[in-house]
Write a protein that binds this ligand. Structure first.
Ligand code: ADP
Ligand code: ZN
Length: 743
């Protein structure tokens, strides 16, 4: 942290300067900026990041403009200090204002996502380094010689580096310092982000890939905003194409941001990147260490790192020279943040591209209807890759009509699927079974009294996990050891698991093939990068024969020996009232299917369904994506549902059921009164209704859904209604613009 008079570096960079007083937006969940005074003689640029006193503590903020001047300078608090990082650019400040007004969140909460590394805003840590003084010790032991030799070639090294290079103990180094042969210095640690090698051609692209690449590069003009969709089937080499598209941007000294939905588990992707560019990319997600976080944040705003790959939160990094944003798997629901500031990272990425005049590239084999609509309207440019790379063919997809299979109780795999698994294993290939349910059984029922084991904090069933003999709530994280006695009727031995989770399917597979190597792939087994890497290696090396997994196995993986995919319950996502149920089920099952037969060996997908005539199942089986999308678009358009209409959800929650429900009802009364008769036909307020998850983490929940025509801007209405609502203590209102979850 520098003091405020040190602004010389800043003068070079910024637009408007302020002296005497400034308005500062604080990085805390408040919407309005506050005025502060500056020490006499100091000037600060708009966007400068500062520390200011606020309600008895020191908080970070950014200069948002001139103060309103309502309060005299002498009555204002003085800022505490200026942070030694470049000021936030105009485009980023605009993004904060825009994102807050679009998502109806506080501007300070959005700013907090931008200032996402506290350590980066602190003075950088110093480290001790050692240099040779070029004096020989009286007693030259072999260990001392090693160290001096090592340092004679290099300018300076840390203790850790010396120990790693020579294998000596730290006492040898200390000894050499004591006798004056080494000198100890303190230095600011300079993170080292190596530039990617963009000169070598790693692959020769196939003619369709080359065509796609050239078309995208042509479209991505320097400093012009545009959105392109790279629409290519699974295994067509989309990743290779966008790697190629990045090169000219990097060559211009600009930065590229790549968003990936599950970056922490994407070890295959990271290996490919490293092989291709000769260095690792900078990585950004919630699990990186504070130090890496701080280094990356600073490097991003100094343009000393050119490629960052990250989860949705990377979108808010303060790039100084953003030249391209890539959103891989743009359809993925992981891009929606459901807590804190509720936003959709793909949509914000497009907004950011616009503010920064940077092109945006969306990538998917199953683009969202929102994106397809924008393509159809001519707003986005589309580039296709219709075939798999090399000779790999798309898998064949067959469905099994489960109504025709009289399945014995507690069995879920049709005899035909078992036979397919057997045939696959016999020729040494791999099979994966997909079921989007973690654990052993989603419900435990007492056969004596009918009681269902439920979470005490949520209106949700407890899910049995046999790997650690627990009962768990997947909503709040509650966990307890498995029990034998029913808590309702006290009868022992009658609690029975109902329905399957992946563990139970694994048990069923093993009952047929007891000698195989089976792996379960879920967020319980792939808890972090290390675990994910281990499991992926087992699958890649062919050690694992059968994989049973949740949606985690749908994420972009490439396993050459995996040729059979069995979808245990293709209907699972289709029930329920979610407006995107069909679209999302299609995307998920298509992506899972896309893991089969990606190399020379042909893939096969088997869908188990009780609804073989459902449009989603038929579209999957026929491989007719565009027809399905067309039907889906027509249905949505007819009902004015997104993307052909607007939705916003208001979620009321609190510990007292009555007050929560009353607040929700009051809001609906206000909303209905305030929408004038002219607006009535354009804005429909639905509810309040108890949320499907009526009780969550000890709080009652009610939902109000607001539906509007596409040409209506909902935000001002929502804002007005909420402001007119008398604040009710202990009731929280969350606003979800463009909701994707309806729970
Ligand atoms: P997608 O992202 O479209 O699913 P990938 O980019 O993962 O496809 O490509 C599928 C596989 O084919 C990967 O293993 C990739 O390395 C390989 N591949 C794609 N294009 C080429 C190419 N031009 N030369 C060599 N291998 C390629
Ligand atoms: Zn719970």
């Amino acid at each position: 942290m520098q003091h405020v008079d040190a602004i010389s570096e800043q003068e070079k960079v910024q637009e408007k300067f302020h002296s005497e007083t400034v308005s500062v937006l604080l990085a805390i969940p408040l919407d309005i900026p506050f005025d502060y005074s500056l020490p006499t003689g100091t000037k600060l640029a708009t966007g400068s990041i500062v520390r200011v006193p606020f309600r008895g503590r020191i908080v970070f903020g950014a200069v948002w403009g001139a103060s309103e001047g309502k309060v005299e300078k002498k009555s204002l608090k003085e800022i505490d200090g200026l942070v030694d990082v470049p000021p936030l650019k105009h485009a980023i400040r605009e993004l904060v204002d825009w994102a807050a007004s679009y998502n109806l969140s506080k501007r300070g909460a959005v700013l907090k996502m931008i200032l996402s590394s506290q350590s980066a805003l602190m003075p950088p840590n110093k480290i001790k380094i050692y240099q040779s003084t070029n004096t020989q010790p009286d007693k030259l032991t072999s260990t001392r010689e090693k160290v001096l030799k090592e340092l004679s070639n290099k300018k300076s090294m840390t203790v850790k580096e010396i120990v790693e290079a020579t294998g000596v103990s730290t006492s040898v180094i200390k000894g050499l310092v004591n006798i004056g042969c080494l000198q100890e210095l303190e230095q600011v640690r300079e993170p080292n982000f190596l530039p990617p090698n963009i000169t070598e051609d790693y692959f020769s692209l196939s003619p369709p890939q080359l065509k796609a690449t050239e078309s995208l590069i042509r479209h991505i003009h320097n400093n012009i905003f545009s959105v392109s969709l790279l629409d290519g089937v699974t295994g067509s080499g989309k990743t290779e194409v966008y790697f190629e598209v990045m090169k000219p941007i990097i060559a211009l000294g600009k930065q590229v941001l790549i968003l990936l939905p599950e970056i922490a588990l994407s070890t295959q992707w990271l290996h490919r990147f490293t092989e291709r560019f000769g260095t690792k990319p900078a990585i950004w997600h919630s699990d990186i260490s504070n130090r890496v976080r701080a280094d990356t944040w600073r490097a991003v705003c100094n343009n000393s790192v050119s490629i960052v790959v990250g989860a949705r939160s990377a979108l808010w990094l303060p790039f100084s020279e953003l030249g391209l944003i890539i959103v891989d798997e743009e359809h993925d629901s992981a891009y929606k943040q459901e807590e804190g500031v509720i936003y959709h990272a793909r949509d914000m990425a497009v907004a950011r591209g616009k503010k920064e005049s940077s092109p945006v590239l969306l990538v998917s084999a199953t683009p969202s209807l929102e994106t397809i609509k924008n393509v159809d309207m001519g707003k986005y440019n589309r580039v296709n890759l219709p075939d798999r790379y090399a000779n790999a063919k798309m898998p064949t997809i067959d469905s099994i009509d489960m109504r025709q299979c009289s399945m014995p109780s507690n069995r879920w795999l049709a005899p035909k699927l078992i036979e397919e698994i057997r045939a696959t294993l016999n020729i040494g290939e791999q099979a994966a079974l997909f079921l989007n349910r973690r654990g052993y059984a989603p419900l435990t029922l007492c056969r004596a009294c009918g009681h269902r084991l439920q979470c005490t904090n949520c209106s949700a069933w407890l899910v049995e996990h046999r790997d650690n003999m627990t009962l768990n709530c997947h909503h709040c994280g509650f966990s307890m050891p498995k029990i034998k006695i029913c808590p309702s009727c006290n009868v022992e031995g009658k609690l029975a698991p109902c329905g399957p989770g992946v563990e139970r399917i694994a048990e069923e597979v093993l009952s047929f093939f007891p000698d195989i190597n089976l792996d379960i792939a879920t967020s319980d087994t792939m808890t972090g990068p290390k675990e994910a890497e281990k499991l992926i290696k087992r699958i890649e090396s062919g050690e694992s024969d059968v994989i049973v997994g949740t949606q985690i196995i749908s994420k972009g993986y490439h396993f050459p020996m995996l040729t059979l995919i069995g979808i245990v319950d293709a209907d699972l996502g289709l029930s329920g009232g979610d407006l995107r149920a069909a679209e999302q089920t299609y995307q998920l099952l298509h992506q899972v299917s896309g893991r089969a037969g990606r190399a020379e060996r042909k893939g096969r997908v088997i869908l188990q369904t009780y609804m073989p005539d459902h449009p989603v199942i038929k579209a999957l089986a026929k491989g007719n994506r565009d027809n399905f999308l067309k039907q889906e678009a027509e249905a949505r358009s007819k009902n004015s549902l997104p993307p052909y209409g607007r939705l916003a959800a208001l979620i009321f929650s609190g510990t007292n059921n009555q007050t929560v429900s009353k607040a929700a009802r009051d809001l609906v009364i206000i909303a209905k009164k305030s929408t004038s008769s002219a607006d009535h036909s354009k804005i429909i307020v639905l509810g309040p209704a108890p949320a499907p998850l009526t009780y969550l983490r000890g709080k009652y929940r009610y939902r109000v859904l607001v539906k509007a025509r596409e040409d209506i801007l909902l935000q001002p209405h929502l804002k007005k209604w909420i402001e007119s609502l008398r604040p009710i203590s202990k009731v929280r209102i969350q606003i979800d613009v463009d909701p994707r979850s309806f729970l």
